[in-house]
Design a protein. Structure first.
Length: 476
């Protein structure tokens, strides 16, 4: 049986239906054991008692990786989190414990490095789950509704072990130093190979180690640094409580993490098996075509990156609007096009409201899910720069929200009809976030004053045309 891994959370149960695209739980007991199936052997019969497990060595599968990351999808792919889950839930964790990392930090930083360790102690697969159990008397027998109820897979087992993931991001204090900081960090944190003096390689190695450590300390102490760490399994004694999370600590913890997971493992992933692997699925009277999400990964990653880009733009606009209101920032138009008074963008399209769905069975409980059909919207495009006012910033923020809504709707469309992810004639329903950013005004700092009145006077003396000419001359 072909299986698929998804991050584990405590709400999961063996036999529950699951949507592998949105990574959401569906109905419980979608697949059950046959009544005549004999119970599996006990741990004592297999020699896996607790006492024996503690005495013998545990075989493990360990994957250790240190890599430079340039986009958020590098992190989500490492965590086996689908882009659809990130977009629909606006988070990078599935346990419901909040956000693991601020995605804006990765996008704004000049350099980010990720240290990850995956440890697999054992994989528990329940081969006795073979009977597909449909719900009787379902009123809505459409394929869309059946997929909402059952999903396309079921939970068939667990993966136990541990996971450690740490991300260190560095942002230069001065914008002009970004490229130099990134180049130095790449050398310091990846330990590039250099020429070694064969006459005394040990002495040279010590000298190089000291040089790299000095470079790393300088990068961390002189720039903005953000550290995000998450782990499952391994216990609590990963490091000394008073020791900071720096790159050396991450590396030391990663090296000893497999040994810690051998003592205190946890469930890290659930195993998914498609219903098509069950003989009973074909023999049941309830038959429907399962959606095939195998070829949606590329398009979903594009949507995820665009969504996170617009999320970062939304935060930037909010900060800029606050600075203009407090008169600590002035804004100028990049093009200074006097003929453009407002963005030439079409109004957000009206979407049909999905009809009220009946309950899953003859009960009063209803399941609120995706719209009834695919909603095809024309591309939402902005062609002219936004006005250089607070009202223009608010208009830009509104359009940014419309773009994000379009991306969420496209994920819902793929959930209903995965084929659209491979449709080459289908245009993107939203504008590229990079083109959108070109239409935003530029922020210029206003000299800070001691009082609010003096600050207002300083802001009132700003001439946008003079600022624009200075900006153009610097750019040239």
């Amino acid at each position: 049986m072909a299986t698929h891994l998804v991050p584990y959370n405590t709400a999961m149960q063996l036999g529950s239906g699951f949507n592998s695209f949105t990574q959401t739980l569906c109905i419980n007991n979608a697949v059950v054991r046959e009544t005549e199936t004999l119970p599996g052997p006990s741990p004592a019969e297999t020699g896996q008692s607790a006492d024996l497990a503690e005495k013998k060595h545990i075989s493990q599968s360990v994957t250790y990786k240190t890599s430079i990351i340039k986009k958020t999808t590098d992190v989500t792919n490492m965590m086996n989190i689908n882009g659809a889950f990130t977009i629909l839930n606006d988070q990078l964790k599935v346990e419901g414990s909040g956000k693991f990392i601020d995605t804006n930090i990765i996008k704004d930083s000049d350099f980010s490095v990720m240290v990850s360790v995956k440890v697999v102690n054992q994989v528990i697969y329940d081969h006795s789950l073979t009977k597909f159990q449909p719900i009787p008397n379902i009123k809505d027998m459409t394929q869309r509704h059946l997929v909402e109820i059952y999903g396309d897979s079921f939970i068939s087992g667990w993966q136990e072990g541990g996971e450690f993931l740490a991300v260190l991001s560095i942002k230069a204090k001065e914008r002009g130093d970004g490229q130099e900081i990134a180049a130095q960090a790449k050398i310091a944190f990846t330990r590039g190979k250099g020429e070694v003096d064969e006459s005394d390689p040990k002495k040279l190695k010590i000298k190089l180690d000291a040089k790299f450590e000095k470079m790393k300390d300088s990068l961390i102490n002189e720039n903005e640094v953000s550290v995000s760490v998450a782990w499952t399994g391994g216990g609590q004694n990963l490091k000394h409580p008073e020791k900071d999370w720096d790159f050396n600590t991450m590396r030391d913890v990663a090296l000893k993490f497999p040994d810690l997971c051998a003592k205190t493992p946890m469930r890290t992933h659930a195993l998914l098996t498609k219903y098509t692997a069950l003989r009973s699925f074909y023999t049941t009277q309830l038959s429907f075509d399962l959606p095939v999400y195998d070829k949606t990964g590329t398009y979903t990653n594009i949507l995820e990156e665009a969504y996170l880009d617009y999320k970062a733009i939304l935060g930037t606009i909010q900060v800029l609007a606050y600075g203009v209101f407090e008169q600590t920032k002035a804004i100028i138009d990049k093009t200074r096009n006097q003929n453009s008074e407002k963005p030439n963008a079409e109004a957000p399209p009206t979407t049909d409201v999905a009809p009220r769905k009946e309950s899953a069975a003859n009960s009063t409980t209803s399941v609120a899910k995706a719209p009834a059909r695919v909603i095809n919207s024309p591309p939402l495009l902005v062609t002219d720069p936004f006005p250089v006012t607070i009202a223009g910033l608010e208009e830009a923020r509104l359009m940014c929200r419309y773009m994000m809504n379009r991306i969420v709707q496209e994920i819902n469309n793929i959930t209903i009809k995965p084929e659209i992810a491979n449709d080459e004639s289908r245009p993107l329903p939203f504008q590229s976030p990079f083109l959108f950013k070109l239409l935003l005004p530029i922020a210029v700092d206003v000299e800070l004053k001691s009082t609010y009145a003096d600050q207002a006077v300083a802001a009132s003396t700003i001439d946008p045309d003079v600022l624009a000419s200075k900006f153009t001359s610097v750019a040239q």
